[in-house]
Write a protein that binds this ligand. Structure first.
Ligand code: ADP
Ligand code: MG
Ligand code: ZN
Length: 502
């Protein structure tokens, strides 16, 4: 398929069809032990099959015991999304055969999930958008198949049971989403929420969060949903958006050609940039659900649920709103701060260290210099900034004691050496020169040495002023007050001083 047909198809899809998307997300819960046994969930890097017992190996006669913490985490996620929890729920067996499921069934929840009828609001390029959450329920993860080469080079499939029985929460949305961007933003916001409440590390790379999208099209003006296709194996947020965009085009092309869509499960290939057929979709009848006989029904005590609700931290949406409304930060700064846990923590702690600091100034330092240093540090390396030191630095700049340029250098030195801001400033002899008289001779030197830039300023080119300010900063080791230098330069080159200078 030539890429040249894509643009025509894109417009066809959006002109003729409405898009309907519903999301299903599985995430591994952050518990110390597995869902129904005492095996540790910390198997990352451990030898295969070293975190197993008769329960998670599915041996006959082994009996499950419910992990209370896992239930609490689903209740917390439900509460964070404003969902309802029934006072009685139960466990159900979902029966199917696959080599990664030794019992031949998965313990799950069918018609009485721990949480139902919630909502999650996301920010998109078109503004806020609320997505209905149908349900969140608890189940157990499967083992992992490893496809490898055997001793004779033949292809073999090995089973690693370390993952078998890890608590898994499935969160299902209403078919409320309409664009691939909304789907990506939903996945991002859900990850942030799960991390904020400590329910899951939700790392997509490590399979802790697995996102599936159900996509269908219907002709504009019709109510009935079209045939849906389930897309899985999207291993990044970008993949979620790309896969859905591809699937919309693929379905539109089939419908345009008078074809019929198959209800099926498709995988996403990031390399090829396309979805591919995996299997026809099972219906719930195929699973022969029935109540799990080895576990009692689950009663959720109202006081227990209330305690979980009361223990929730400030949620991302509330924090963004507080940053915008109470602290008057821009929507962009609020979103950046809240989406990065380290940045958010540093922002809060720096403000706590000095309540008199301007919140916008603190936000600028954190979203600007701090995140720049953090990104420059490379994967795994964290830029360590002591909140009290950042507060001291911002205070020095606010008081005009050191220039912004010098302050950036100080922060970088603090990150590298851990040294206190005051001693770095003292050792480097930084002090801002704000006295116009003291700066006049440097300004004169720079004007004399840069006739071309001076001509540009006189010709009305605004960038040239910035260049000359930079030259003054260079000659003063960054200590000049840039605003005063700029004013002096304008004065000499554009304003009242023009006669003398020319
Ligand atoms: P299944 O039993 O096939 O998993 P569900 O009814 O549980 O189907 O729905 C799974 C997901 O698919 C939900 O997120 C739901 O909102 C979404 N969904 C249902 N019907 C459609 C449709 N026609 N198009 C897009 N998404 C849909
Ligand atoms: Mg489903
Ligand atoms: Zn076990």
């Amino acid at each position: 398929m030539g890429t040249d047909v894509a643009p025509r198809r894109a417009s066809t899809a959006l002109e003729r069809y409405g898009v309907v998307i519903g999301m299903e997300v599985h995430c591994q819960l952050k518990t110390a032990s597995k869902m129904f046994c005492g095996c540790s969930t910390a198997y990352d890097g451990a030898p295969p099959n070293s975190h197993t017992c008769p329960v998670c190996l599915g041996l006959p006669g082994a009996l499950p015991v419910i992990n209370r913490r896992a239930v609490e985490l689903v209740l917390a996620a439900g509460a964070a999304m404003g969902a309802r929890t029934p006072d009685h729920t139960r466990w159900d067996r979902k029966n199917y055969f696959y080599p990664d499921l030794p019992k031949g069934y998965q313990i799950s929840q069918y018609d009485l999930p721990l949480a139902a009828a919630g909502a999650l609001t996301i920010d998109t390029s078109d503004g806020p958008f609320t997505i209905g959450i149908t349900r969140a329920h608890l189940e157990e993860d499967t083992a992992k198949l490893v496809h490898a080469a055997g001793n004779g080079g033949e292809r073999v499939s090995l089973v690693d049971f370390n993952r078998s029985g890890v608590p898994l929460m499935e969160i299902v949305t209403e078919p409320d989403l309409r664009t691939a961007e909304q789907a990506r933003r939903y996945a991002e916001e859900l990850q942030l929420l799960l991390r904020t409440i400590g329910a899951s590390e939700a790392d997509m790379d490590r399979g802790q969060m697995r996102v599936e999208a159900n996509v269908s099209l219907r002709p504009h003006g019709t109510e009935a949903f079209g045939t849906k296709v389930e897309v899985k194996n999207m291993n990044s947020f970008r993949a979620v958006e790309r896969a859905i965009a591809f699937e919309i085009e693929r379905q539109a092309a089939i419908l345009d050609a008078g074809g019929v869509l198959a209800q099926e499960t498709r995988g996403w290939s990031d390399e090829r940039g396309e979805t591919y057929r995996m299997r026809s979709k099972e219906t719930s009848d195929d699973y022969r659900y029935f109540p799990e006989p080895d576990l009692p029904p689950l009663r959720v005590d109202a006081a227990w649920l209330a305690g979980i609700q009361a223990g929730l931290p400030e949620l991302p949406a509330a924090r963004r709103a507080r940053y915008r409304e109470d602290l008057e930060l821009s929507a962009y700064d609020a979103a950046v701060l809240v989406s990065n846990a380290d940045a958010s923590r540093l922002f809060e702690a720096t403000r706590a260290a000095d309540r008199s600091l301007d919140a916008k100034a603190v936000a600028n330092w954190v979203t600007g210099e701090y995140l720049r240093l953090q990104n420059a540090g490379g994967a795994g390396e964290r830029a360590d900034v002591a909140p009290a030191e950042l507060a001291a630095l911002i205070r020095l700049v606010a008081d005009g004691a050191i220039s912004r340029a010098n302050a950036k250098e100080v922060l970088e030195a603090h990150v590298t050496t851990g040294e206190a801001v005051a001693s770095i400033v003292a050792a480097r002899g930084f002090r801002q020169i704000s006295d116009a008289g003291a700066l006049a001779s440097v300004v004169d030197e720079v004007i004399a040495a840069n006739p071309a830039a001076v001509a540009d300023v006189r010709a009305g080119k605004p960038q040239a002023i910035g260049f000359l300010v930079g030259q003054v900063m260079k000659r003063t080791r960054g200590q000049a007050n840039a605003a005063i230098v700029q004013a002096a330069l304008r004065d000499r080159l554009e304003g009242r001083g023009a006669g003398e200078a020319g």
